[in-house]
Design a protein around this ligand. Structure first.
Ligand code: TYM
Length: 329
């Protein structure tokens, strides 16, 4: 079986963008690949966190992976911080990554503008840790939203550079971008990505929003004055609504446009809201059930950390040998 790796940060509340852009595809691909899904808590501390809050969010996120439909008996669902290989490989890869490459990362530029009081070295080398995550498991495929493409490209560059020096050590990973939902935009400003950290609560639909809240947010979604339900760049608000609709229902934009032919924006908003509710509701219900079962989740955490450690150590030992560290006797 080919290997799949992906991860999410336990920072803030997950949005519909995280779900449609990533998590939903993870579930679709999970039978086909040997999967590793990580709660990337090492990445989270590149911005200041409240410790108790981070711990709680990480646990909720891990539970949510299962609630969304991943099978923890088959897929390895674990905390990044429980597998020390991530940090160890990350250090080695730091020595094969150029400052100039990291300087070009748009996410670093965005984040350092936003957290000007805490532009730490971890924020700068964030993509190297992400490369380590992926390469540690020799992943073939990495399902992500469009905003992570640049990080995937640097991962490939680092892997190729390393292989160029030491021979075929790492599998070169490919990004998997879903047909729809790979870039969900803000409902209040469709030129901007839907994000966990938006100050306007109406801009993002959260995974845990109840049906009334979801419907209200869609009713208030910003559209335009064209009066045409068309899928085109000139109508970013409508395009975003159609994208969400397609991602929820597995339709192509052409099919969706046809379905709404001759209908108004109000109807579109209602239909999209309902589609989102019917996708989120079962996940929320399962999450509530699973959260009650502490022993079950604890068991998953322990078993899967061991499994992840096993695979991670295999790659790490190989890499350590290649770069010239003494063998363990
Ligand atoms: P994060 O936690 O910001 O986002 C998790 C996933 O959600 C996707 N996403 C979106 N997709 C569509 N529309 C949106 N508006 C939207 N917002 C977020 C992201 O593309 C991502 O797939 N650096 C990563 C986490 C990470 C990782 C990895 C991912 C660490 N190591 C290794 C893959 C492989 C991040 O911060 O994602």
């Amino acid at each position: 079986k080919k290997v799949l790796f992906s991860g999410m940060q336990a920072t803030g509340t997950l949005t519909l963008g995280n779900y449609l852009g990533a998590l939903k595809n993870w579930v679709t691909l999970s039978d086909e690949y040997e999967c590793f899904y990580s709660v990337v808590d090492l990445h989270s501390i590149t911005v200041r966190q409240n410790p108790a809050e981070l711990r709680k969010r990480a646990r909720n996120l891990l539970t949510l992976y299962i609630a969304a439909g991943l099978n923890p008996e088959k897929n390895c669902i674990y905390y990044q911080s429980h597998v020390s290989g991530h940090a160890e490989l990350s250090w080695i890869l730091n020595c094969f990554t150029y400052m100039g490459e990291l300087n070009r990362m748009t996410q670093f530029k965005d984040k350092s503008a936003k957290h000007a009081d805490n532009i730490n070295a971890g924020l700068f080398t964030y993509p190297v840790l992400m490369a380590a995550d992926i390469l540690l498991y020799q992943a073939d495929v990495v399902p992500v939203g469009i905003d992570q493409m640049q990080h995937l490209e640097i991962t490939r560059d680092i892997a190729q550079r390393f292989n160029g020096i030491y021979g075929d050590v790492f599998t070169i990973p490919e990004a998997y971008i879903g047909k729809s939902g790979a870039k969900i935009m803000s409902l209040q400003n469709p030129d901007k990505k839907m994000s966990k950290s938006d100050e306007n609560p109406n801009a993002s639909v959260y995974l845990m929003d109840d049906p009334d809240t979801v419907m209200r947010k869609f009713k208030r979604a910003v559209t335009d004055s064209e009066g045409c339900i068309c899928y085109r760049e000139e109508q970013p608000g409508i395009k975003n609504l159609l994208d969400i609709y397609c991602a929820c229902n597995g339709l192509t934009p052409e099919q969706a446009v046809k379905e709404f032919d001759g209908r108004g924006y109000g109807e579109l908003k209602m239909a999209v809201g309902e589609a989102v509710v019917s996708v989120l509701k079962p996940v929320q219900d399962r999450f509530a059930e699973l959260s009650k079962d502490k022993a079950y989740i604890d068991g998953i955490i322990k078993e899967n950390a061991e499994k992840a450690n096993y695979y991670a150590t295999k790659t790490l030992r190989k890499v350590q040998k290649k770069v010239g560290f003494p063998e363990r006797v």
